[in-house]
Write a protein that binds this ligand. Structure first.
Ligand SMILES: NC(=O)c1ccc[n+]([C@@H]2O[C@H](COP(=O)([O-])OP(=O)(O)OC[C@H]3O[C@@H](n4cnc5c(N)ncnc54)[C@H](O)[C@@H]3O)[C@@H](O)[C@H]2O)c1
Length: 356
């Protein structure tokens, strides 16, 4: 079978750290084109890719030109959040398979629009909820699906950073749609909700706070966006801290707390706990809490995080080849977006709101 032709839309930090190296290692695909609005970034990545693939790689300033030409079969979209839905819907409507970075959408209308576009086509649309593709998560999910938890009644999800505000457009609400809620909250919420078994959300109560804002300190890691816009975080129009409680139709609850900057202990990565009446699940370290023979019998799974992005890209390719079906489909992205929007809405209104 011929190689699947791949285009990368938005060739910034995550494209270079995750998408491009993972496609280069997949034997069934070939990166043949890129699109990026920034001429310097575009030229740099075009040159690097030509060297790595051994053939010329087409480069477009406008994604629309990449979508128009029948140049590629599938695209990764890794642009700032504000263009996700417009680009993904255009890609799918022009006949391309799409892997879209998170968050899928940050308004209800956008989430509805992309879901409708994806579901009226036969193309693969995968949302880049990369933590679902971790080996330790895959192992835990098998226990959850096998009934180890029984009836699930609560989950908690957190990623509280001491200092770790991403540079660039991330703190500009117009580009990002929100702060840590849209950046890392989307991962924490998605993972906990999925491990719970995807209960139907009913109501949300949330509070977004900008308490500290831009407060760069030395010797503390930060994600660095490649796009030049707002590199010094002079525009800081998002929250830096978010907390929420989601109530589900079956009575279960989910609590969420995320921050880019806070005066508390630093979480080294996502923390998720899921509580059921038969057993419990903890993400880090991966543990199943249970009882046997009237004895507490907890199992720590000796499974590491693994190569989540390689797993995600390989899965996307297998979906295109018809061998697998999307593990993080647009319908799930749509429900997660509805919960995120309700959290932000609840914060604005100062009261619990329905998850429409
Ligand atoms: N899955 C993860 O864990 C993870 C990690 C980091 C970032 N991300 C997501 O990846 C996306 C990109 O983040 P980043 O850190 O790589 O940002 P970035 O600024 O480094 O890269 C974005 C690139 O998109 C280009 N661009 C902007 N608008 C464009 C448009 N309309 N068409 C084509 N190109 C355009 C910019 O010039 C830039 O090169 C974000 O949505 C972010 O949430 C996901």
């Amino acid at each position: 079978m011929e190689s699947i032709k791949i285009g990368i839309v938005g060739t910034g930090a995550i494209a270079n750290a995750a998408h491009i190296p993972s496609y280069l290692k997949n034997p069934h695909v070939d990166i043949v084109a890129i699109a990026d609005t920034d001429p310097a970034i575009r030229a740099e990545v075009q040159g690097k890719l030509a060297e790595k693939t051994g053939h010329p790689v087409a480069a477009f300033a406008e994604a629309a030109d990449l979508f128009a030409g029948g140049v590629v079969d599938a695209v990764s979209i890794a642009t700032p959040n504000r263009s996700h839905v417009e680009l993904a819907a255009a890609a799918v409507k022009s006949g391309h398979h799409v892997l879209l970075e998170k968050p899928m959408a940050f308004t209800r209308e956008d989430a509805d629009h992309l879901r409708a576009a994806a579901e009226s086509s036969d193309r693969v649309v995968l949302i880049g909820q990369s933590h679902r593709y971790r080996d330790d998560v895959t192992a835990l999910k098998r226990f959850a699906d096998g009934g180890a938890l029984g009836h699930v009644y609560h989950a908690e999800a957190r990623l509280v950073r001491r200092r770790g505000t991403p540079t660039g457009w991330f703190t500009d609400r117009a580009w990002a749609g929100g702060g840590p809620l849209m950046d890392i909250g989307v991962h924490a919420l998605d993972l906990a909700w999925w491990l719970m078994g995807k209960p139907d959300p009913a109501r949300a109560s949330g509070r977004l706070t900008r308490a500290i804002g831009a407060d760069p300190v030395d010797f503390s890691g930060r994600w660095r966006a490649k796009m030049p816009h707002n590199q010094d975080n002079a525009i800081y129009s998002t929250e830096d801290f978010a907390t929420a409680l989601i109530r589900f139709q079956d009575g279960a609850t989910l609590s969420l707390i995320v921050s880019w900057t806070s005066n508390g202990p630093q979480d080294e990565g996502l923390k998720v706990n899921v509580y059921g009446d038969r057993g419990g699940l903890q993400l880090d370290p991966p543990t199943i809490y249970s009882t046997a023979h009237h004895v507490l019998a907890d199992t720590v799974l000796p499974v590491k995080m693994g190569a989540l992005f390689q797993n995600e890209i390989d899965h996307f390719v297998e979906c295109i080849r018809g061998h697998q079906s999307p593990l993080s489909p647009v319908a799930d992205g749509h429900t997660v977006a509805r919960m995120l929007v309700a959290i932000a809405e609840s914060s604005e209104r100062g009261q619990e709101v329905p998850v429409h």
